[in-house]
Every structure is written in C-alpha cells, then in structure tokens.
Design a protein around this ligand. Sequence first.
Ligand code: SF4
Length: 427
Amino acid sequence: MLDLAPTPLRQHKPDKLRQLGIMSLNGMFDEMDGVAVLRQAVTELLVEDVAIVSSFGADSSVLLHMVSEVDKDLPVYFLETGKHFPETLDYVETLKQHLGLTNVIALRPDSKDVLRFDPKGDLWETDPDSCCHIRKTEPLDAVVSGFGGWVTGRKRYQTTERGVLPHFELTSDDRIKVNPLAYFSDADITAYKLKYGLPEHPLYSKGYKSIGCAPCTSAVAEGEDARAGRWRGLNKKECGIHFDFNGAIAKPMAAQELNLFKDGKFIADPFHPWAEGDDAGSVSYKHIPLAVFLENRDAVLANPHPVGLLVSPGDNVDLVKDDLDLFPSIAINFPAYTDGRGYSSARLIVERYGYKGEVRAVGDVLHDQISHMRRCGITAFVVKHEPTKKALEAGKLATVDIFYQPVGLTEVPLGTRPFLRRAVENA
Ligand code: SF4
C-alpha cells in the first residue's frame, strides 16, 4: 500500500541566483559530478527552497541515491497520475525504505479535472497531451511555483532534444532547474547502480528501459532507443513538464496562454476555438455551435471527446434544454459590447434549466460587463482585452449594488420597500 505524505503548502521565496547569471553558474559547476551539483544546489544556492521531482522509473534510483546522500528529508515529489504500473507503486516503497527517504510526496491530479475531462479514464488514448496536462503538468506546476528551484533526473543522452542539457537552467519565471545527471551516459547510470547496489525497477528486466504510465509505456527491443517505448507510435516524446527547455513548464494543451479567468485567477484554457469546417463528431475540447449541434446531434453524442456548447445571440436555448447536461462547459458568445442577449441566455441556462457545469463568457468580454455576467450565472471568462486582464489580475472588479432589472431570487429592484429589501437580505 502506497503511504505518502500530503502535499504541503509552500510560499515562493525570492530567487537569489538570477543575478549571478546562468552561464557563469554552469561554468562554475561544469567540472563537478552529480552529487556535488546536487549538494551545492541544496546546501548553498537554494537552501530549503528546492524540490526533487522523480518518476520512480527505470533510472530514478541514481538521483534518489544522491538525494539520500545529501539530505534524506528533502521533499521528493512523485506524480501519482493514477495510471502507473502496480510495479512502479511498489518500487516507490522499495526505494523509500532502501534509501531512507522520509519525505516522498504524491502529487495527484485534481479530481474535478479528471471528472470533467477524463470521465472514462481513456483520455490518454484520444488526447495524450491533455491527459499529461491534467495529470502531470498542472499538479506539478502548483507545487514548484512555491520553490525557487527543482531537481530533475534528465540526461543529455536520452533524446536529441536533451542533447545540450546543462546542469542548471533558468526558467522564464525566474526558477532554477537543476539537472545533476545531465552529463551521465547510459554506461554511467549502469555503473552507478552497480556500485551502490541499487534495486532495479521490477519491469526493467522485462525490457522496459524507460517507464512512465502503464497505458503509454511498452517494452523496447534490443538495440532500440530506451525511450522508444514511451507513447509508441505517437509523435510525442515529452509529457509536457519538461517540454519548454528554456522557459517555464510547458502547457501544450493550452498553447501556453493563460486567458481563462476562473475561480479568481487566470488559468490555461483546455478548450480551443471552434473553426469553420470542424467535424462535430470528432472534435476535442471545442465548444460546438448550437446550430451545428442540432444538425449533428447523433454524431456529437457518439463523439468520445470532451466537448462544450457555444450559444450565440439568436440561438434558441429551449431547443437543447434536455441536452445541456451532456456538456461540461457552455460558452455564451458576446460578439459585441452592445449586444446583451447573452445575459438572457445565461439566465435561462442557469436559472430555468438548472445547469450546474461551467458557464463561460467568450467574445467581447470587457471589465464593466463581468459583474453583470456573474449575476446571470456566468462563472468563467475568456479575456483577450489587456486592460480587462490587468484589472482582473489586480482584483479591481466593478460591482453592482443597485438593480434596475434584478436577476435570480436575491436581488431586489431599486425603490423596493424597506421591509421587502430586509426580507431578501435575511433570506
Ligand atoms: S503518460 Fe499517458 S496515461 Fe500518463 S498522464 Fe500522460 S497520456 Fe496520461
């Protein structure tokens, strides 16, 4: 049974290294071996401000042995995607005990994200980038944002993309990625394991030379690249967490842009805009225009991917009232600031038909509209207008206290008698 500590909340500490310059940092440590790089990072440069990230895969024992040499209490984060081989979960326990690691922490995906985007658990098959995004990138991003740096087990020899990997990388959000094994060869890894008698992953002897989630990992043949068994047959080499070599953690699903304002912050939007010619029966993470849905209802119902509904001015929401709950997200289109028909559509969907999923505003979404949109049940906003973005980020939202046209059950119109107003306030 996997027994892992809960995720602690961390506050990001100011980075102390940026001024030194990443080039000089790599020059200083170029000649050092992996343990020395790790020791310097942990004890001098990023004291109590660095996390270790391990997949507990085929080569993980080497980095984790180094960690145990430097400090057995260092936080080691393991991405518990829920898709691992049982052998990997056993291996977590084996290495913890063998190396005496005391602070191995499982990072699990947000259950709401899994329910919303992967209710059947087969997203890896249809959209592996998105599957990795909700299971790896998002949970890890939330944690490493609280540290000044993090340590990875990546090596230059693994892929062409990693061929110039340095010991230290400065990310665009001012964090340090430390790669103590960057210069290790395949032979170095094997020699290190032998030298310290490190336990092998149970699947290694069965031909699994690089081990990730079970659905996306296969054994490799003699002479094949070690990572050839990862996402075999797909044009995919990285899970996303190391995708951006020089910059921040990659978000392939969202094209990096944080333009969806939801729950008080901007996040990566998993949905892409609907495009002319899209096929409603096979699109993934798109809001299907209501008219297209009506024409292709059977095909949409047979579509295995998560899709939303796009409601534009003039659409008759009554025609889809029985289908609303099929969609995890409904987008209300506000094509122009002066067009208020979206408010009525949102109220119908939320108040009359009791829709409980995400209702988002898209189109010409401006600061002054947002409080009105919220009153109508809209909870998420796709914002392109820069001043509006800045106002939202700064928490400067306009509010409405006087209602000429009240909505819902809790607003009373201007001029209502005091006893009625008190009744609503006390309700
Ligand atoms: S490796 Fe496969 S199963 Fe694991 S998160 Fe990525 S796509 Fe999903």
